[in-house]
Ligand binder design. Structure first.
Ligand SMILES: Cc1cc2nc3c(=O)[nH]c(=O)nc-3n(C[C@H](O)[C@H](O)[C@H](O)COP(=O)(O)O)c2cc1C
Length: 187
């Protein structure tokens, strides 16, 4: 299967990108593409811009990547209890393309990591509740709190319970997607 993975962050030191990259290692044998939101930086979304110039080319390209994939692995940075501007801007741009839902009705492994104790719980909860309205089929969620205590750049997640939780969730996601690919009309 084809996996599209990205962090909801434009930080060059993004801990969510670290988590995304680590998570893709559980998907051996799959085709994996990891995007950097910096490569999709666009002017701030505005309806006036859309009316003047249409949907930005980078948004079209980003949506194309989503449409080609079987699974989205996303880890959201929490900024003031919400999405980072980098993620929200792309979200808004792709949400105004005619005849499609922003996330293309793709299954999602939705995650969040933070240095603090809540693991981005606020943005994760909001995304879990609302992304289904925008074509995101949230298959599993995972939160990584205390990033700097629980993650090592070589070993990945060092907290055994959290590592096992993520490992199990990736298995569940794989199982559900393979079932859907084999039997597309069951759901
Ligand atoms: C503007 C801003 C707002 C933030 N707001 C929150 C917040 O509401 N909750 C939280 O847990 N962390 C917050 N943080 C800390 C982020 O979780 C931390 O910067 C994290 O590294 C962001 O993920 P990233 O490294 O993938 O960009 C905020 C950071 C910034 C720069």
């Amino acid at each position: 299967m084809k996996i599209l993975a990205f962090a909801g962050s434009n930080s060059s030191k993004s801990i969510n990108k670290d988590l995304v990259e680590y998570t893709t290692t559980f998907f051996k044998g799959d085709i994996i593409e990891i995007l950097d939101l910096n490569d999709y930086e666009m002017p701030l979304f505005s309806s006036d811009r859309v009316a003047r110039n249409g949907i930005h080319q980078l948004a079209l390209e980003f949506a194309g990547k989503i449409d080609e994939s079987d699974l989205l692995i996303i880890s959201l940075a929490e900024h003031n209890g919400s999405y980072s501007v980098a993620f929200k801007n792309i979200f808004d741009w792709i949400s105004r393309m005619p005849n499609r839902k922003a996330f293309g009705n793709k299954p999602m492994l939705l995650m969040a990591a933070s240095p603090g104790g809540r693991g981005g719980a606020t943005v994760l909860e909001m995304a879990k509740k609302t992304l289904p309205y925008f074509g995101g089929k949230v298959t599993e969620t995972f939160s990584l709190p205390g990033f700097y205590e629980n993650f090592d750049h070589v070993k990945g997640i060092t907290n055994e319970d959290l590592k096992l939780e993520l490992q199990n969730k990736t298995q569940v996601v794989k199982g559900k997607i393979l079932q859907e690919l084999l039997h597309p009309n069951l759901n």
